[in-house]
Design a protein around this ligand. Structure first.
Ligand code: AMP
Ligand code: ZN
Length: 507
């Protein structure tokens, strides 16, 4: 089995062998949400994709420092530094709340959703407002190094100077520099302040509309949106670190500008492997908060609307684990269309996988410890599943291998396949690998058994089954029947077969 991990690097557009900067350690930075409204399921897809990356790197034995920021200032309407308003400031003004009330509300909401989707919390969750000093320092360095200039209290990044010196502006997003210049020209209203249309603000002088502002050497103002990620990734992971992630729509301008800022301040490329997740689609279009100019409706659905069924898009409610399973069925670099049919299929697939996991736990090791007929096939599929994960985190392929194994597990459980076709050692490996893949790597929970308590329930059920078995061996039919009836009242069915007793929920 090949144990080397390969990652598709969006910067070089190559599949590259992963070699961390410091052996055994990985620095992972993922752009977090802008907390001015609830995250939609599209945002969740990106965070779940990187949760899998984090989980798999951890599973491989790396000590990962996972940093995912909270954008709580600086992200302007329309993602451009025109004289547009800060998204959080605007929401605070509209709702007559303190900006920090908005930030707090949506940060907590975001964490709740991540918890429901069983996405692990990052090791550090820094906020932009908590790192104003670091951002001011970075602007100073950029100015010192000659990559920025001051106009009317705002500071701009000098892109032509950067292109001349390093020549990498536009490489990540695959845009020609001329294209960037014309694209941005249309959008800019503060054009007169900039020396060049593609220059971007790294410090913005605040007018009276801006509720969040800080003193700086240049003006009372606030940092440009792109600056926070450069400043916080450098602070917590160093001037160069291993992996930077985010959705594809962040390649330009956000990540392109992050690269420019880091070169400007530190003189080097900050990131070794750039990873970008593709978009979740709804009605064939990118899911987005931005309202349609004609209908005024946004093409999005919130996680809780999906989980509770309170929406006009889908026929029924779908659980968080169905959603997570649905996301796993697609490679993170492909687009994924959210449809009723696909969710129904994911719901079925998720149940089938969980049922097989339970059945597998109850399969008894056969008497023969020797190599058996199915060993090679089973071990081959397990190895392939790991190779799929090592091939740029290919979850759909790895999942399909697990489903091939599910067929074998069900065959043994139902008696179509004799249990002695699998040796005790292979059965043991299969049990361990299923456990690791389903819970540790894919991050699924067993929702039917009370989420994280599922394993406890499995253990308790096994205990009850054993007590009943002993009662039957003693010919204590009274106790045995009492257990069966009590479980029936709880809608738990016991099924006796040659291989032992298994249980299922449902009447
Ligand atoms: P934002 O809160 O807008 O800064 O977005 C947070 C994250 O969600 C970013 O990494 C975006 O790239 C990502 N994102 C936004 N829309 C989608 C979508 N439809 N599908 C997948 N990821 C998305
Ligand atoms: Zn970012």
């Amino acid at each position: 089995m090949n144990n080397e991990l390969y990652i598709y690097n969006s910067f070089t557009r190559e599949r590259e062998k992963f070699e961390p900067l410091h052996e055994g350690h990985v620095g992972l930075y993922v752009c977090g949400p802008t907390v001015y409204s609830d995250v939609h399921l599209g945002n969740c897809r990106t965070f779940v994709s990187f949760d899998i990356v984090y989980r798999y790197l951890t599973y491989l034995g790396y000590k990962v420092r996972y940093v995912r920021n909270i954008t709580d200032v600086g992200h302007l309407e329309g993602d451009i530094d025109s004289d547009a308003e800060d998204k959080i400031s605007k929401k605070a003004r509209l709702e007559q709340l303190e900006p920090m009330e908005i930030v707090h509300k949506y940060t907590l909401g975001f964490r709740d959703i991540m918890h429901l989707l069983n996405a692990l919390p990052p090791n550090i969750e820094p906020t932009a407002t908590g790192h104003i000093i670091e951002q001011i320092e970075m602007v100073s360095k950029i100015l010192e190094n000659g990559f920025g200039y001051i106009k009317n209290g705002s500071v701009y990044f000098d892109t032509p100077k950067f292109v001349k010196e390093y020549g990498v502006y536009g490489k990540l997003s695959g845009k020609q520099i001329e294209e960037l210049f014309t694209e941005t020209r249309e959008a800019l209203k503060k054009q007169d302040e900039k020396n060049h249309p593609s220059d971007f603000a790294i410090w913005i002088k605040a007018d009276e509309r801006h509720l969040m502002r800080w003193p700086s050497p240049w003006s009372v103002g606030f940092p440009g949106w792109h600056l926070e990620c450069s400043a916080m990734s450098t602070k917590y992971l160093g001037a160069q670190f291993d992996i930077h992630g985010g959705g594809m729509d962040l390649q330009f301008p956000h990540h392109e500008n992050e690269i420019a800022q880091n070169y400007g301040a530190c003189g080097s490329m900050p990131v070794r492997y750039w990873m970008h997740g593709n978009m979740l689609l709804l009605n064939g279009r990118k899911m987005s908060k931005t309202p349609d100019p004609i209908t005024g409706k946004s093409n999005s659905i919130l996680p809780l609307e999906l989980f509770t069924g309170q929406n006009e898009i889908f026929s029924k409610a779908y659980s968080p684990m169905t959603m997570r399973f649905f996301m796993l069925q697609c490679h993170y670099r492909s687009t994924l269309d959210l449809t009723d049919a696909a969710l129904l299929a994911a719901e079925k697939g998720y149940r089938r996988l969980m049922d097989a996991y339970k059945a597998l736990q109850q399969l008894q090791a056969p008497a023969n410890a020797e190599a058996a007929q199915l060993d090679q096939e089973i071990n081959g599929l397990i190895d392939q599943a790991f190779e799929d994960m090592n091939d740029d985190f290919n979850t759909p392929k790895a999942l399909s291998r697990l489903f091939e194994l599910v067929a074998t597990i069900n065959g043994i459980k139902d008696g179509h396949l004799p249990a002695d076709r699998v040796s005790a050692a292979t059965l043991q490996r299969l049990k361990e690998v299923f456990q690791h893949f389903i819970f540790d790597i894919f991050g699924l929970l067993d929702e039917h058994d009370g989420g994280q308590d599922g394993q406890t329930v499995d253990g308790l059920m096994q205990l009850i089954i054993n007590i009943r078995k002993e009662a039957r061996e003693r010919k204590d039919w009274g106790t045995s029947d009492q257990i069966r009836d009590a479980l029936k009242d709880l809608q738990i069915q016991l099924k006796d077969s040659k291989e032992g007793t298994s249980w299922v929920k449902g009447s």
